[in-house]
Design a protein around this ligand. Structure first.
Ligand SMILES: [Zn+2]
Length: 192
């Protein structure tokens, strides 16, 4: 006899094995089907946010393009000059108002693999700046900027958008994110 479990998300009665996640951990908050729908939704939202950031950057940086595939650790490339490209990773600011520097943790279509790693933290090796996008209302949003050199330096897995609010809609961070003295200044501001 099967002891049915009720999915907290869709409210349907399901076989417990419909809840086992890939990591082998069973929770009854959402069934596999609900998880898959959620994964797709967040993947679409992530892509939509990449387009929003692209649109926001284009007037100032006309040579900005989307990465041509999902296997890279950056979503956009800003071509500043002949020998200067800025690799941008776009992250959605979470409900808790935080910007995560980790990738590949979410289940579903969002999962990306880089050099065989399922999870990784952004670093200056593969990204130059992380842009956090925070929805305010339909069609309106705020952007927060964190240079990857700062991420490498502070060793945190995430940061509160509040802590980097001095970067709000400051596109200049893009042109300065690889500048060591700017990065020093930036870190000082975090500690204030
Ligand atoms: Zn469900």
């Amino acid at each position: 006899m099967t002891a049915w479990k009720i999915c907290d998300t869709c409210g349907e009665r399901k076989d417990p094995k419909e809840f086992i996640s890939k990591t082998g951990k069973a929770t009854y908050k959402s069934c596999k089907e609900c998880k898959s729908i959620k994964g797709k939704e967040s993947s679409i939202k992530g892509k939509a946010n990449e387009y929003l950031v692209l649109g926001a950057l284009l007037p100032m940086f006309p040579n900005t393009m989307m990465s041509s595939n999902e296997q890279t650790a950056h979503d956009l490339i800003v071509h500043l000059s002949k020998n200067d490209d800025i690799r941008v990773q776009v992250k959605t600011v979470s409900k808790e108002n935080s910007i995560t520097f980790e990738a590949g943790k979410r289940a579903g279509a969002e999962r990306r693999q880089i050099s065989g790693m399922k999870e990784y933290q952004y670093s200056a090796d593969d990204t130059d700046v992380v842009i956090g996008i925070k929805a305010i209302d339909t069609g309106s949003f705020e952007l927060f900027f964190v240079p990857s050199l700062v991420i490498d330096e502070i060793g945190q897995k995430s940061i509160s958008a509040n802590v980097v609010k001095f970067t709000k809609n400051d596109f200049e961070v893009i042109t300065r994110c690889k500048d060591r003295s700017y990065v020093k200044e930036f870190i000082k501001k975090l500690n204030n």
